[in-house]
Ligand binder design. Structure first.
Ligand SMILES: [Zn+2]
Length: 214
């Protein structure tokens, strides 16, 4: 029964190249053409107000397309391929760090209803699967705010203030890897770090793309 269901779901949700969205064989991570285009050199490191963030790619070209496909075409399956690069970047930067668990930037209840899934969580769960480090929901978004990309830097910092809280007060004294899709001004990640640090956790951040360097 479960195999029939699995095959049926493969028909409805065939594997797609995370970068160009073409249908690909089920055992492939991406299409041959994108395989030649994806060039991972070294991790991009961004300095946040209260933490650091590593990302394998800049927010441009096919890497930007990959985020848009994941987020807006709701290609949850793509998260695994993208997370392979995130894990590589994290390993290169934090080789000797012990990380207790992985978490993600949460969406509000309304955003979840609208989008159907949290793309950051999909990435974080794949990072967990690949690295073997457990995933734990640690933050809750308690109210809706304006979409960050419509605002300038000062407005963004204000816009995220107080919108997150810790999911469980028992989450304390850990080293946490916080995952999101993209770091732009770093205001969202910095606010999430603030909340986690307030409960005496240490936090490092990672995303698939970064715009902070250019
Ligand atoms: Zn492709």
């Amino acid at each position: 029964m479960s195999r029939i269901f699995k095959n049926f779901s493969k028909l409805i949700y065939p594997a797609r190249c995370p970068f160009c969205d073409k249908i690909i064989a089920d055992d492939k991570l991406m299409c041959d053409s994108c395989k030649d285009k994806v060039i991972y050199e070294e991790p991009l490191k961004s300095v946040l107000e209260n933490s650091f963030c590593v990302s394998p790619f800049p927010y441009q070209g096919i890497y930007r397309d990959a985020i848009l496909n994941l987020k807006f075409k709701k290609r949850q399956r793509n998260a695994y391929c993208l997370s392979l690069y995130i894990v590589q970047a994290v390993r290169q930067c934090y080789e000797n760090e012990h990380i207790d668990f992985i978490t993600s930037v949460p969406l509000s209840k309304r955003q979840m209803r609208k989008r159907g899934f949290n793309h950051a969580e999909a990435l974080a769960r794949s990072v967990s699967e690949i690295s073997g480090i457990p995933y734990r929901e640690s933050l809750v978004k308690i109210r809706d705010n304006k979409v960050q990309h419509t605002l300038n830097r000062i407005e963004r910092a204000k816009n995220v203030k107080g919108v997150y809280k810790i999911a469980d007060t028992k989450i304390t004294g850990n080293k946490i890897l916080l995952v999101d899709d993209i770091v732009t001004t770093g205001c969202t990640l910095a606010e999430c770090c603030k909340v986690l640090k307030k409960s005496k956790n240490k936090v490092i951040c990672c995303t698939f793309c970064s715009t902070l360097l250019y």
